[in-house]
Design a protein around this ligand. Structure first.
Ligand code: ZN
Length: 307
């Protein structure tokens, strides 16, 4: 039985594409409920500009109001130095920096070349180092909606350069759901071979083409023990045409628990939280176990006859 560390991203990646603003009270209540479920980490929000992502304009207030449970890390996404300063003020346990492995996606998503992003993030790492943990997310690591294939060497090279600066973790992101299991297995094995053993390697999948859970399985079988997921399967990327849906946390956790892995998450409690999600966002959500229930929840052999 492998211990898997689960990172919940619903209030950041999950919410940022939602058309209707989720009130701050609802965000805080949701994060507080998730904090009781056994996650290793929760990515709470993003310290980006309110103009870029209006949904997350209440980042300071949310970080200030959540109840922090010992043992859970509260991470925030940070696009630049200004965001990093705000994140430090909010006492984030981890700053998650982001850039793309593909040039086109980086230009569209961050309005910079990869080289410019790398320099900007290096500066953030230099300023923040020693004050809080740093993770770097590499977007479009398995394919770019504009360029197609992204060479694994580009992802590996970026990860190695950030590892050389002393960041604690790297998240390899399939931002638009282009990864397939063979590719995931190969890249995960190469990453683990090339990066220092102390590096926390996390995989981040989207289920855009229905390959999400197959990719989770491939990652775990290659030795990866850290996974991102979004409750309900909410999420997407505003700059990736057609992209929708992170893998649903409850579906991935259910699968891993059914296989005998220890995720640390109390699934029944998580499903109770998931049941409230449609009311929060005002529409149904794509996750499946939240509807069907786990395989160990049995049903009475009641007659189907009607009177
Ligand atoms: Zn994502």
């Amino acid at each position: 039985m492998t211990r898997i560390f689960c990172n919940e991203v619903v209030t950041r990646d999950g919410f940022q594409m939602e058309p209707e603003f989720v009130p701050t009270d609802a965000k805080v209540a949701l994060i507080d409920a998730l904090s009781e479920c056994g996650y290793a980490k929760i990515e709470v929000t993003s310290f980006t500009s309110a103009r870029a992502i209006p949904m997350l304009r209440d980042a300071e207030e949310v970080m200030g109001r959540i109840r922090r449970v010992p043992g859970v890390e509260y991470a925030v996404l940070v696009p630049n130095l200004r965001g990093a300063e705000r994140a430090l003020e909010s006492r984030a346990d981890e700053l998650n920096l982001v850039m793309s492995a593909s040039e086109s996606h980086n230009q569209v998503n961050l309005s910079m070349s990869r080289a410019q992003s790398f320099i900007a993030l290096s500066e953030v790492v230099r300023v923040v180092a020693g004050r809080t943990a740093i993770n770097v997310s590499i977007s479009t690591a398995f394919g770019c909606p504009m360029e197609g294939d992204v060479p694994a060497e580009d992802v590996l090279g970026l990860a190695e350069r950030f590892a050389g600066m002393g960041v604690r973790g790297i998240t390899v992101c399939d931002t638009t759901g282009m990864a397939h299991p063979s590719q995931v297995g190969a890249l995960c094995e190469a990453m683990q071979r090339r990066l220092p053993a102390s590096m926390q390697l996390t995989l981040h999948f989207h289920n855009t083409r229905g390959m999400g859970l197959a990719n989770v399985l491939a990652a775990v079988q290659s030795g990866v023990v850290r996974l991102d997921g979004s409750l309900g399967g909410l999420g997407g990327c505003p700059y990736a045409p057609g992209a929708s849906g992170n893998i649903a946390s409850e579906d991935a956790i259910h699968m891993l628990q059914a296989m005998g892995h220890d995720t640390g998450v109390e699934l029944e409690r998580l499903l109770a939280v998931a049941s409230g999600l449609p009311a929060i966002v005002g529409h149904g959500v794509p996750s499946q176990v939240s509807k069907a229930g786990p395989i160990w929840r049995l049903h009475p052999a009641a007659s189907q006859a009607t009177s």
